[in-house]
Design a protein around this ligand. Structure first.
Ligand code: NAD
Ligand code: IPM
Ligand code: MN
Length: 355
């Protein structure tokens, strides 16, 4: 029997509400397929920061290292500046464990209404492949001449050849497995003088190894416009850390709600744990109300099991999500229903147990 040890970090806000639903679904699917999952909880969060001055203990990364996967809710809450909370927990995990691929599928489900006119299931079905450990996300730089008229802040970006090539390779490899075999690169080489022309040159170099894959590139400004105007054009989108972040909120918004979108922070070499979480954040505006949609978290759980080598568990969970949405079982408000977080989590769990 396969056995996996999962580190669970609910984190902040609605992270604490959606994670229990993800665990409930995982447990049901694991029982069905004879897989044993053991969950170890870590209460690291902004509350921890208030108590200890740290988001996680000094040896936090060391504690996580031996787990098969990390399952995370959300990090960040008013009261702790976002750059402190995120650089104290989420971002160090992505970096320490070399989770350089952030894979974010975007799909319009039957039963949900796209805010874009005349879009039906099948019209929106693409992946955002986001570079996840370098790029515009960096703590390199700082303030100079502070408090004077000459005060200046510098914020460095980092694009290594290794880091750029490996994410592009992942995107091309993924495209090769898809019907459309199409990679679209998000760039901004008219405004960013060094990094983006470099990115473009690496895309061109990588494309030569994949003659059967169609490639195009758009500056991020028109990219966002095109995504809204003709989402059916896209298949595999590859972008830097920042552009990938933006496109992976815009994409799911076009499918009716950002709350269903999952995020797999993958270490493809599998020598260190990968991390699975919803795309959304801690949603302080609805935290504590039991109305958050748990589907982003549940879909992330499915991706976790796929990564751990159990596609049958992934498929079981995805079928239950699709059925719940299509048949309108216990939908939350963001999807036009009136059910609460637990009712939707339970409905998906029941679908797994009854099929
Ligand atoms: P957010 O994703 O938390 O919320 C944006 C909007 O979407 C809000 O109106 C919220 O109510 C709604 N929403 C989000 N998830 C939902 C769900 N599951 N069900 C129903 N509605 C949902 O983004 P934000 O407001 O920019 O960020 C809030 C905090 O979360 C900040 O501290 C931010 O840094 C952090 N954040 C963390 C992560 C992460 O941990 N991966 C991701 C994004 C934002
Ligand atoms: C996400 C989030 C994070 C990111 C933030 C909270 C640092 O927006 O996972 O999409 O930008 O990576
Ligand atoms: Mn984001």
């Amino acid at each position: 029997m396969s056995q996996f040890n999962i580190a669970v970090i609910p984190g902040d806000g609605i992270g604490k509400e959606v994670i229990p639903e993800g665990l409930k679904v995982l447990q049901a699917a694991a029982e069905k397929h004879g897989i044993e999952l053991s969950f170890t909880h870590f209460d690291w969060s902004c509350e921890t920061y208030h108590k200890t001055g740290r988001m996680m203990p000094e040896d936090g990364l060391e504690q996580l290292k031996a787990f098969d996967s990390i399952f995370l809710g959300a990090v960040g809450f008013p009261g702790v500046p976002d750059h402190i909370s995120l650089w104290g927990l989420l971002l160090p995990i992505r970096r320490a464990f070399n989770q350089y691929v952030n894979l974010r599928p975007v799909r319009l489900f039957e039963g949900l209404q796209s805010p874009l006119a005349n879009k039906k299931p099948g019209d929106i079905d693409f992946y955002v492949v986001r570079e996840n450990v370098e790029g515009e996300y960096s703590a390199i730089g700082g303030i100079q001449y502070e408090g004077t008229d000459d005060e200046v802040v510098l914020q460095q970006s980092v694009f290594t050849r290794k880091g750029t090539d490996r994410i592009l390779k992942y995107a091309f490899e993924l495209a090769q497995t898809r019907d459309k075999k199409h990679v679209s690169s998000a760039t901004k080489s008219n405004g960013l003088f060094h990094s983006m022309p470099y990115w473009d040159s690496r895309v061109a170099a990588m494309a030569e190894h994949y003659p059967e894959v169609k490639v195009d590139q758009f500056h991020i400004d028109i990219f966002t416009a095109n995504l809204v105007r003709m989402p059916e054009f896209y298949d595999v989108i590859v972008g830097s850390n920042l552009f990938g972040d933006i496109l992976s909120d815009l994409g799911p918004a076009c499918t009716g709600t950002i709350a269903i979108a999952p995020s797999a922070n993958i270490n493809p070499e599998k020598d260190l744990p990968s991390m699975f979480e919803p795309v959304h954040g801690s949603a302080p505006d609805i935290a504590g109300q039991n109305i958050a949609n748990p589907i982003g978290t549940i879909w992330a759980a499915a991706m976790m099991m796929q990564h751990l080598g159990h596609p049958e568990m992934h498929d079981t969970i995805m079928t239950a999500i699709e059925t719940a949405i299509r048949e309108g079982h216990a939908l939350t408000r963001d999807m036009g229903g009136s059910a609460n977080t637990q009712q939707l989590g339970q409905a998906i769990t029941d679908l797994i147990l009854s099929h």
